[in-house]
Design a protein. Structure first.
Lengths: 253, 193
């Protein structure tokens, strides 16, 4: 188990946060603390377990979408605290975060909850994994646009700044979707979780975070129109990609 | 047969966010295609009429404010030109896309920095058709799914109107743009089995 003494997690009651903490646990990465954003847990009515194979993991990863992030945090022995408010920018939440004994916080918050200056000016860095291959795919539902154009799901680890997905790039990759697995709540969160585990794994081994350069033109997207989303989803159906016989989510790097 | 869910109510009055759209069913695309075909027929019928029941909004036109239509014609000209699309042109169309995507409305006049004129009226339906034409031009020129996505939303709004609210020439342009939209979507349909 790699102990990440100066890294904390901000988790929401979402499937993405569940994916993050389960993936970190599977990779033997244990942050120092987890902060829970209050709210009712996301409902999941699909399969109890979904198996994935990752190139960088020696064993098959089994995602359990019904297991809350809070349960996993508890089971792997990470210190757990509740945030005082659902609003990440609320003054009492800012004070809570400022007082934490960690330098880096992985932010897996609620959608549309951007961090404001009061938080960003604290002596912490916030690591976010965006669903999209930046800088070419910034903004809302960017992963659907990437899926439509390339047949792959983009994910990018960035340091949060005041802009929309404009912060310094840490690591990015394209992931091949598993045919038949739901994109919104399983595939995209798992791709992002895997990239996060790679970033934190690098930090655990090397003592520093990776950096990545990107020279492409930037583009910021808005919520994808359902007709294009429909076509993007069709690209993830069986037979849509050359490697669709594989049951693995694979990094393309 | 599933109905296209973004038809049947005035989307200018009741803006649609499109978040978490349920559109994975195979019939969704067929429903969209049929809905658009019905709209084309209704708009072409409207285009044949000669009455003009509604005057389009005319902008304030007080300097330094510029009518939206003038801005859009310039952008369309730039998108259809042979030179490289300049950073300035791209930033202007992106600014209008952002306004529409966030607020679902445009205004009849804009000043420097594309700030709307105080007291400016909302854009006319003819302005929205010009906006759609600009989006189609940039989607074609740059092979861009971003502009196509916004074009689909603008055309959802136009199709959600009773055609009698459009002037005949505006209806004719709307029908023409729906054909253009269909061609643009077909390009991406081809890569999705």
């Amino acid at each position: 188990m790699f102990e990440l003494h100066d890294v904390g997690l901000i988790l929401a009651p979402t499937l993405r946060s569940r994916a993050y903490i389960q993936m970190l646990a599977a990779c033997g990465l244990r942050p120092a603390i987890a902060l829970h954003i209050p709210g009712s847990e996301a409902n999941w009515i699909g399969a109890d377990t979904i198996d994935f194979t990752f190139e960088s993991l020696p064993v098959r990863f089994t995602f359990q979408p019904r297991i809350s992030a809070r349960q996993t945090v508890c089971s792997v022995g990470i210190e757990s605290r509740n945030l005082a408010h659902r609003d990440i920018n609320a003054p009492e939440v800012v004070r809570q975060i400022a007082s934490l004994p960690v330098k880096v916080l992985v932010y897996s918050g609620l959608s549309k909850a951007l961090l404001k200056d009061e938080l960003l000016c604290q002596s912490k860095r916030f690591l976010h994994v965006h669903g999209g291959f930046v800088p070419g795919f910034r903004g809302a539902t960017a992963f659907y646009f990437g899926l439509l154009e390339h047949g792959l799901l983009g994910a990018s680890a960035i340091w949060i700044d005041a802009g929309v997905d404009t912060g310094p790039l840490v690591m990015r990759d394209w992931y091949r979707p598993v045919p038949g697995v739901e994109i919104d709540r399983i595939m995209d969160p798992l791709a992002r979780a895997h990239l996060l585990a790679r970033v934190l794994g690098h930090y655990a081994r090397m003592g520093r975070f990776p950096t990545a350069a990107a020279n492409e033109a930037s583009e910021t997207y808005f919520v994808i129109h359902p007709v294009l989303k429909h076509l993007a989803l069709r690209r993830a159906l069986p037979g849509a990609t050359k490697s669709s016989v594989s049951t693995a989510i694979q990094s393309t790097s | 047969m599933q109905d296209y869910p973004y038809f049947g109510r005035d989307l200018f009055e009741q803006p649609e966010s499109y978040e978490y759209a349920q559109c994975q069913e195979p019939n969704f695309f067929v429903a969209w295609t049929r809905s658009r075909s019905r709209s084309v027929a209704a708009l072409e019928q409207r285009a044949e009429m000669t009455d003009t029941p509604l005057a389009d909004v005319v902008g304030n036109c007080n300097a330094p404010f510029v009518p939206l239509a003038t801005i859009l014609r310039r952008l369309i000209h730039a998108a259809n030109g042979e030179g490289i699309v300049s950073v300035q042109v791209k930033s202007e169309i992106d600014a209008l896309v952002m306004k529409f995507e966030i607020f679902r409305r445009l205004f009849a006049d804009y000043g420097p920095g594309l700030n709307r004129a105080s007291g400016s009226k909302q854009a006319s339906f003819a302005d929205y058709i010009l906006f759609a034409e600009a989006l189609a031009s940039f989607a074609e020129r740059l092979d861009s799914t971003k502009y196509l996505s916004t074009l689909l939303k603008v055309m959802d709004c136009i199709c959600s109107l009773d055609p009698s609210r459009l002037r005949p020439e505006t209806a004719r342009e709307a029908a023409r743009l729906l054909h253009r939209e269909r061609t643009l979507v077909a390009r991406w349909q081809a890569v999705a089995p």
